[in-house]
Design a protein around this ligand. Sequence first.
Ligand code: CS2
Ligand code: MN
Length: 358
Amino acid sequence: MRMVFRWFGEGNDTVTLEQIKQIPGTEGIVWALHDVPVGEAWPLERIKEVKEQADRYGLHIDVVESVNVHEDIKLGLPMREQYIENYKTTIERLARVGVKVICYNFMPVFDWTRTDLHKELEDGSTALFYEKAKIEAIDPIELVEQIARHSTLTMPGWEPERLAHLKALFHAYQGVTEEDLWENLSYFLQAIIPVAEANGIKMAIHPDDPPWSVFGLPRIVTNRENIRRLLNLVDSPYHGITLCSGSLGANPANHIPEMVREFCDRIPFAHIRNVKIYENGDFVETSHRAQDGSIDIVDVVKAYHENDFNGYVRPDHGRHIWNEECRPGYGLYDRALGIMYLWGIWDACNREKGEKRS
Ligand code: CS2
Ligand code: MN
């Protein structure tokens, strides 16, 4: 596995490239141009700038997360043609600096959804928390305001310019069914996968987080059956998934190691993290350690190892520990600990096989 680390960019992240470089076995950054409005083509000059910054530390920029998909594409509106063209342009420009994987998602309106970004755990650390009853009771607009009040940095997937139009967006999704979303995703994929293929870039869709409908909006990248259907939409190795153990794993019916075993050759990028699920449907993000959460991370890593996984991996989110001031879920310390746990399992698997590969 090839270890990478998400970095939000110069002046937009509390973690530095110098620090990332010092995490054992970490070879590259997972990045994006977070200030380019969704739907616009990314400027080549800005892309090159990130490449130069990473080069200085010997880190690569092979993985981009995310090139976000405009809502008009998800809704199947006429303007999608223009946004799809812009998306293709971004793919071509990213290929010019050697990008190999683009992670994206197809969740209507919201990306990940949580009710508390600083839930205190028993050991005094804090983490992202999802309280089912609260989501069912709260008005989504109120939730967005609450989240925005608690964050000084813009959060990926919660771009202010998009969320400002929240009411109109909700209105646009009235009557949009899961089948409509499937159709619009298929249309998008038919258009972009040939371009990705021609440019040597693997598209890797991120599952829905959490993997069920929130606020009455349709969600489709939620379970094994749907991922099968999704991969069958276009039969190409350039159409794959970002298998996120924490997102899919919030539903106990999703057996992550089995999913890894089934889909391994279509997973160019893996997100590995743990969550602890409660009986009432709430869940909280935990350390990576198998015993701390509901997902057997040891078995997840073993499943990748068994399949000679050579794709990119990142620790997804981390807790906030040791009083680190950081973006919710994206501190240095707990994610670095997560990396060491993943390497520990991986290296032990290697030893078992009598090998020393990385
Ligand atoms: C990520 C997602 O920070 C996170 O929760 O896992 O925002 C992810 O980057 C997007 O869904 C990918 O498009
Ligand atoms: Mn993820």
